[in-house]
Design a protein around this ligand. Structure first.
Ligand SMILES: *[C@@H]1O[C@H](CO)[C@@H](O)[C@H](O)[C@H]1NC(C)=O
Length: 159
């Protein structure tokens, strides 16, 4: 029997390398996802500390009053909602308003539908500033949320 030529040996090894690459790429992707999820979990935990926790006020003084919080949103249904008239926001607030109101009520926040503040002379997105600014002095925190969003986890509070 003739000995195998080095060329044949190399060729037969090549699929093994591809197999290893094929098997290791999903593992690498999974590890990357795990790392990203861990970073996001930590960032979430840090980012939700808008107000000091009540437990930090244990020196005999009464706990501070709960921060007054409102969710602000509107849907510019009359003037197309932006996007140069290519998009329509018609019916959006009817569809998602209940979701926003239910979350606000559950958390003890006010919900402000600021559609009356939309300035028709400007693109609708500029009216977000008007909507937030006009309520700023009534609250400690305002949570602007675009009309085309929903609360997917109502168990998470803003503070
Ligand atoms: C409104 O949208 C336009 C176009 O996308 C953008 O240039 C502008 O910065 C936006 N304004 C605000 C307040 O978001």
């Amino acid at each position: 029997m003739a000995p195998r030529s080095p060329v044949r040996w190399t060729k037969s090894r090549a699929p093994n390398r591809r197999l290893w690459l094929f098997l290791s790429l999903p593992l690498l992707a999974l590890a990357s996802l795990q790392a990203a999820a861990a970073i996001l979990r930590r960032a979430n935990a840090l980012g939700r500390r808008c107000a000091p926790a009540v437990a930090e006020y244990s020196g005999g003084s009464p706990p501070p009053p709960r921060p007054r919080i409102a969710m602000v949103s509107f849907s510019a249904e009359e003037n197309g909602g932006g996007g140069g008239g290519r998009r329509s926001f018609r019916g959006v607030m009817d569809a998602v308003g209940g979701n926003k109101r239910a979350y606000a009520e559950r958390m003890g926040y006010d919900f402000i539908d600021a559609r009356r503040l939309v300035d028709p002379s400007r693109p609708p997105n500029w009216s977000k500033i008007l909507a937030v600014r006009s309520h700023l002095h009534h609250y400690d925190w305002l949570f602007w949320n675009d009309a085309d969003t929903v609360v997917t986890n109502p168990d998470i509070s803003l503070v």
